[in-house]
Design a protein around this ligand. Structure first.
Ligand SMILES: *Cc1c(COP(=O)(O)O)cnc(C)c1O
Length: 396
């Protein structure tokens, strides 16, 4: 037998983390890495946050899991808080981002089908989007590398260029039921649309009775310096998918919707065995306690301004390597003039710095939101040393 016991779907690197300490990860070999990847925008409180650990420990000892057949004071408390903090009137809890997007897609279809509009099942989505790895969510993206081997994908999605309003207008037809977009495209390369673009999508949705769905799995939960990113664009969605940061490392997602948008999500239409279990809710409450307040959000914006300023200054020293810095809050992208993947590996293997590569030749910088200036100093030292010691020919 030559297959590994772990199904080999990830091209895993040699780094094998076994312990986390605040903004650092420690490998099996005892080496310490600065974690500016955060489990891909998940560990927003870093790796050893006392409030989060304590909440999970206490809940584990009290009640770990019960069925969604029973009343849930734990879910009600988190749902109430999310409703209070956002545009939404109602929340469904999931275990992952893809499941939150699945719920969003089903909510949009059900909005129309609940009143007999069986034709309006199609969603307009955006090229290079990432919405997860289920059949539904890979079908929502045009990325063929995610479709390959898993055909046929599901019908009901039409892809247009990110930011191209005319293409969106042209794509609207009798089958269109909504628009699904990451308000900041994450794995596509940390692409920020204009306020006007998202506002125009809102107007189109209002005009044609379409559901506007924001996938904030990556950009949500304080990551960009507001609780959700949509707040910065002057636009509210009808439905929003959240995950990643919302559990701070505990697997958790949520689909938020207005009362109107959720009209088809009636008893018996959807479900999840684990979704919203008490352990996940304890984690979410601890995360919300830490991040859903103005001083914390101001800290994220402050760290963002400092880190962005340092990065912009730095890339001037390497005009052949780096093109620009983009993003919001602590969801930053360094657009390179070469493929970022080998450089990200170089930073990891030779300078013990963890970042994440993305599309459009962009390196993602996703630190825990609890960094302070000492972490920015350490990051810039490692990045500078990494750029100085890098030769793409060697890496290739
Ligand atoms: C990570 C991600 C997902 C999928 O989340 P999973 O928890 O891996 O299923 C969906 N949408 C966006 C924008 C993401 O970044």
């Amino acid at each position: 037998m030559s297959i590994s016991s772990l199904m080999p779907v990830y091209p895993r690197c040699a780094f094998r983390p076994v312990r986390g300490e605040h903004c650092h990860l420690i490998g099996e070999d005892g080496r310490r890495y600065l974690d500016f990847a955060s489990g891909i925008a998940v560990n927003l409180l870093g790796h050893s946050h006392e409030g989060l650990i304590g909440a999970i420990q206490q809940q584990a000892a009290t009640l770990m899991h019960v069925s969604n057949l029973y009343g849930s004071p734990q879910q009600e408390s988190v749902a109430d808080r999310l409703v209070e903090l956002t545009f939404a009137d109602t929340v469904f809890f999931t275990n992952s981002g893809a499941e939150a997007v699945e719920c969003a897609i089903k909510t949009a279809r059900a909005y129309h089908q609940h009143v007999g509009n069986l034709d309006k099942y199609e969603l307009i989505t955006f090229k290079e989007a990432f919405h997860g790895r289920t059949l539904g969510t890979i079908s929502a993206s045009n990325q063929e590398k995610m479709h390959k081997g898993f055909l046929p994908i599901l019908p009901g999605f039409k892809y247009v260029d990110f930011g191209d309003l005319e293409a969106v207008k042209a794509a609207i037809g009798p089958n269109t039921g909504g628009i699904l977009i990451e308000p900041i495209q994450g794995e596509g390369g940390v692409k920020v649309p204009t306020d006007e673009f998202l506002q125009a999508l809102r107007a189109l949705c209002d005009e044609h009775d379409l559901m506007l769905i924001f996938d904030e799995v990556q950009c949500g939960v304080a990551r960009t310096g507001t609780f959700f990113a949509y707040e910065q664009f002057g636009v509210v969605p009808d439905i929003l998918a959240s995950a990643k940061g919302i559990g701070g490392g505990f697997p958790l997602g949520a689909c938020l919707a207005t009362e109107k948008a959720a009209r088809g999500m009636v008893a018996g239409t959807h479900g999840s065995t684990y979704g919203g279990n008490p352990l996940g809710m304890a984690a979410a409450n601890a995360v919300l306690d830490a991040v859903a307040n103005e001083p914390f959000l101001a800290h994220v914006r402050d760290m963002s301004a400092k880190l962005t300023g340092r990065l912009e200054q730095f890339i001037g020293n390497y005009p052949d390597m780096f093109e620009l810095v983009r993003g919001r809050g602590l969801m930053l992208g360094l657009k390179m003039k070469m493929e970022p993947r080998p450089f990200v590996a170089h930073l990891r293997d030779n300078h013990q710095l963890l970042c994440v590569s993305a599309g459009d030749k962009t390196m993602r910088i996703l630190p825990p939101l609890v960094i302070d200036e000492s972490h920015i100093d350490e990051f810039m030292d490692k990045l500078s040393a990494g750029a100085a010691s890098y030769s793409p020919e060697e890496a290739a």
